[in-house]
Design a protein around this ligand. Sequence first.
Ligand code: FAD
Length: 341
Amino acid sequence: TQETIKTDVVIIGAGPVGLFAVFELGLLDLKAHLIDILDKPGGQCAELYPEKPIYDIPGLPQVSGQELTDRLMEQAAPFDPTYHYNEMVESMEKTGEGHWRLKTDGGLVFEAPVVVIAAGGGSFQPKKPPIPGIEEYEGTSVFYAVKKMENFRGKNILISGGGDSALDWTINLQPLANSMQLIHRRDGFRAAPDSVNKMRALVDEQKMKFHLGQITELHGANGQLEGVTVKGKDGDFNVECDTLLPFFGLTMKLGPIANWGLNLHENLIPVDTEKFATNEPGIYAIGDINWYPGKLKLILSGFHEAALMAQAAFKHINPEAKITFQYTTSSTSLQKKLGVA
Ligand code: FAD
């Protein structure tokens, strides 16, 4: 059985707001673990617009989504948070001591007195291709993400899609695979030109095949895929494969949060504006996922919310203790925590 990870605070979501919460909690000596379904930090900034400039972060007249993420990671680093990527928090329940127990789809179990929901627009989930009966093969022959490359060694892989994920995985898995084929509905790609050139070179060297068309049917039994029917411009044809990886991008869905017994307001979590607390003691919600009168879904609002939430979380964990208000500029105690004094 899985060992339970015990910590002060579990943060659901490693978007910009979850990352800054690590800093604010850290100044108050609260340790955090962050969980995100993505394979990297940064939430929307890193997944949806890594290269686009943001112009309204105070003090940074222009910063790209990726650079903001990198800087927030650097700012959180002195507090040594633990990041758990590729994990979706599925359930949350109260323990006997009034703590919270969280479980992820990957089997991780956490226990903490405080949970911070910084889940933004919800969990990023793969868009599924509309092929009848595809569910039967999910997890055995059909995969929407590559968690471990080694699992695909020796397979006859068919990758579907025309974006960066499709092209990157075609190139990266080709050396491990027994055979590699890529299928896309048109002979144009929305991926880095360098990746497209690499893929075309592999085709020229006969190390893989490229098909034009759309998958309409899957063939196999008991979850084991044997091939697919493709609708091409000159009619239908079959492609043999035992593994299918569709990469059709990600969409944001509220996901399991809806099942945790929290009050919701149009799929957002209502909070007060003093503590950013939810209707459950010890559970806070900050960033795009929360709602209160006048809420603006901006990164800077999430940063402010993280600061106030951290004060409330500290008092929740240490009801007797007093917090002395301090500036990072002049407090040696805070500077020691930051490793600069
Ligand atoms: P998110 O960035 O959404 O991160 C939440 C994370 O939580 C996600 O990674 C998600 O996978 C994860 N998650 C959710 N549920 C679960 C679960 N159950 N288990 C595990 N993980 C989970 N804002 C600005 O202030 N200025 C701008 O100029 C600006 N430009 C934008 C441009 C675009 C194109 C877009 C799409 C947004 C822009 N925004 C901008 C909005 C800004 O990106 C969001 O306000 C910000 O990302 C919210 O941060 P967050 O940390 O609350 O959530």
